[in-house]
Design a protein around this ligand. Sequence first.
Ligand SMILES: [Zn+2]
Length: 320
Amino acid sequence: MAALAMGIDLGGTNARAAVVDRDSGEIVAAHKEPHRERSPAVVAETVARAVRQSGRAAGMEPVAFGHVGVGVAGQCLGRTGVVLNAPNLGWRDVPFGELLERALGVRVRIANDLSTAAWGEQRFGAARGLDDVALVFVGSGVGSGLILGGRLHDGHRGVAGELGHVKVRPMRPDTAVRRCGCGEMGCLEAYTSGMNIAARVREELTAGATSVVRDLVQGDLDRVNATVLDTACARGDTYARALWEEVADLLGTAIAALVTLLNPARVILGGGVILGCPELQSRVREVFDARVSRSAAAGLSLERAFLGDDAGVIGAALLE
Ligand SMILES: [Zn+2]
């Protein structure tokens, strides 16, 4: 009989629980539950319900899994189960591991969702069998997950891999620096995430910038997103091109720094902004090639994520 494990992906709007075959990475059963209320105790109950439902579909009670793994969209102290900061859930310093253990009656292991996605991709996806791998995600947020020496690397406190919160703008008081969702100033995410790009474009168009973007969204600035910018760029729009050069410069330089520092065998790219915007991606790759250290880049490949939205639950199920 296959060895089955339980993984959970906890995002800002729903929780997905999946029973995963440890040997093949195959998802045997899955269940998704929306959480309308974000109070930690209520979310723990919602997650527990999703776990029971998907377990039942595979003929197993939660206790039969021994423990469950959870990937959370936020900063987590893995060893204590505390979620330090999860902006999508509006949480700070929430002992979610403890709450979920109480709701389920089994041990709970928590990690950042990009760490679990990197772990899933390393075991069964785009970086199968490679010991040193970085997953770089550019979507609604920006971040990374690191596998070093064949192990998930979460650092001293469990918060390693926060590429999105690396500061990329000078601290000089005379420069306008954007504030990030994490509360700090000048983070990579504040300039390159889908949400932040859209917010900036709305501001600049409202202030009178000229761009074909305005026509593409038929004047409805709420419809501005990274894909629209990419289309504008492909059509030769000057505003979109300048913005993409800037975003690509920041992302390409940051990924080059990550590779220069850690020397992974592969970088996996995930997230709708980098995967869904070919104009942006080709510029990021150009900047990356120009700025990475030659010695670290030799033998390196940049690949698209393979498991998509499943990477997180698969990796979470494989947390020990
Ligand atoms: Zn930040």
